[in-house]
Write a protein that binds this ligand. Sequence first.
Ligand code: NAI
Ligand code: MG
Length: 790
Amino acid sequence: MNKIAQIFDSLDYGPAPEAPDQAIAWLDARGRRFGHFIDGKWTSPGKTFTADNPATGASLAEITDGTPADVDAAVKAARAAFKSWGALSGYERGRYLYAIARMIQKHSRLFAVLETMDNGKPIRESRDADIPLVVRHFYHHAGWATHLEREFPGMVPYGVCGQIIPWNFPLLMLAWKIAPALAAGNTVVLKPAEFTSLTALLFAEICERVGLPKGVVNIVTGQGDTGAAIVDHPGIDKIAFTGSTEVGKLIRAATAGTGKGLSLELGGKSPYIVFEDADLDSAVEGLVEAIWFNQGQVCCAGSRLLVQESIEERFIAKVKRRMASLRVGDPLDKSIDIGALVAPVQVERIRDLMKKGVAEGAVVYEPEGTVPAKGCFLKPALVTNVSPANTLVAEEIFGPVLVAMSFRTPEEAVALANNTRYGLAATLWSENINLALDIAPKLKAGVVWINGTNNFDAAVGFGGYKESGFGREGGREGMSVYLKPGWEKTLKAAAPDATPAKAGASRNPLDARHLDQTAKMYVGGRQARPDSGYSRPVLGPDGGLVGEVGEGNRKDIRNAVEAARAALGWGTVAAHARAQILYFLAENLDYRRDEFAARIAAQTGDDGADEVARAVERLFAFAGWADKYDGAVHNPPLRAIAAAMVEPLGVLGIVAPDRQPLLGSVALLAPAIAMGNTVVLVPSSRAPLSMTDFYQVLETSDVPAGVVNIVTGDSLTLAKTLAEHDGVDGLWFLGSAEGSAMVEKASVGNLKQTWTSRGLAYDLAAPQFAGDYLLAKATQVKNVWIPYGA
Ligand code: NAI
Ligand code: MG
């Protein structure tokens, strides 16, 4: 056979190397030593560590290890720049973002080659995926800057944002962080990951070249402790982090009680579900993209293959055949599929996890063939014979390792898919549109791909459910995490509550003509006595005893959470039907307004009529919202649409403020249940009787059992139990600054989303609480990608 015929026969590629000369020249021209980029200037290098090429082991440059003093200088520069940057018109800021996009596009190959040398990812990916997405991100956000005032009226930037990013998509994660922050009018201090700082430093030069005002973007290089110095710096107004769930939790705890904004994009163990009616060959190609893109070092990697039993054998055989044709090697070779992992420690970590999984019974398949002897290379691996408890099924591996399991029915697929503490992404393949669109809403993940995978676009929000974090990056949803309502910045400390009345001469609240009334808790649609067997007094303004309520404890909260979880089907009730029930609540409360007004007066001495009227109005308002607060259909430049589905958080704990015993609870309850959450409510601990009366309104308004549960008692004690409970998905706490800090800190276990008032005077009667402010807090967005159009 002649050579050409041989190649046709074997389909082997010759080497197709991308030249590194220009990237090397760029490094050489800078002496291969870098300081930080602070206040528009380069600092001289300090104590350094090396930037390595993981494919060769060669050292590329010396990078400065940022100190707290460096971070401080960067924060000061960002603070000084904030005033004038925030004061520019949106159009002016937009023009800078546009210029950045243009400039990166002009130097795209330099960025791509440098990225591949520093990170190890195939040039095919850095050239065709990472950098084009970076450019698209800056273009897209140039538009948001321009239209900010029109699209986000009344919203203002946070100020100085601290941004900490990982090494798997170094420049792309920088773009996802910096573009929206600047568009919204913030200034930033960004720390790239220690393994991959180089493209961030090249980006700093782009900022210089476009004449970005000094201090708007500051790049401080360093390792974990430099990141921690950013998190802890009191001059930072908001932290945005992408990285491991472990560090995400440290950051949640470190920012607790500081009032810093926080968005977290963390790990995942995303399911890749193949139904028996799928186009199997496409599903195999998708799978290659899902788990071997970037050597599997992708937070949303489809690392758990769930395949229907009827096609399992056939599909696995196809996967193995495809694995054999994946080429592992020099990432600068244009026809390489799998490059190098980022660093030796990651290779070790993956090997250790594999050993553990095998010891637990897993069977590992790797295709024939070799990988380069030097450098951080691993073969693609397929793991079978695993139970859901196997380490390789439960842990994020962050490497080229696919774990396969099978299922029989769609219900079983959903159960397996959701059986993880993570919730970043999910993929499903089926040629049956009914099945696909039935399954998508049942998957607990921030992104769902139907018959496709790893689709990303600047116009489409990306981010997780559960321990994959909170906040979104991309599109309108991503912009909103860099903005806050202007009025929030003007909140004053709440006036201390009037000194609690001392119990006066015990005055029976009921006169002799009436039977004794016992105010009970309300759990799972039933009145419940407290587990403790204790009651707490409710005193009137003059100190007289107005009544008694149960002293709730840990067990009562657990029962209430269990009831709320059992009622989660409320989230799938049609919005129209939820609205009807809220209208009914308003009607029934209005019907009993005199009685509720009298109860408020007895507990607080205030005229209760006005408060009842406002509570009725709030129920009515959120009934009106139930079927209107919905998502957009995004139109990315791909053959797909992304439907942004607004979903409830799940079980929401609400610890109501002490003041306004009725409105304080109803104003929070109404948006929560309008959006389909189920609630465990802790009413005012000083004046709880308005809400123990309220369950009679709930019962007469067709609210399904378990949708609203009421536990009375000490707010702080019960808030702590709710914060620590992994069955609670979100927690609102309106109370003291100390209590707020406690709630935020105690929420790290499952990274539940919290909203706390931090001792500030939130006036829930104000009109801004009748709309999207609370609706946004009661919901999370799932973007469902659906193939669409030609
Ligand atoms: P990491 O979470 O430690 O690193 C991410 C970034 O956080 C880096 O810039 C790092 O310097 C910084 N950092 C580390 N400790 C910090 C602290 N205490 N405070 C503030 N910033 C801090 O991730 P690492 O150690 O590089 O990788 C370990 C594992 O984490 C991976 O194997 C993978 O499983 C997971 N990971 C997940 C990512 C994702 O996007 N889901 C990204 C990177 C890692
Ligand atoms: Mg490197």
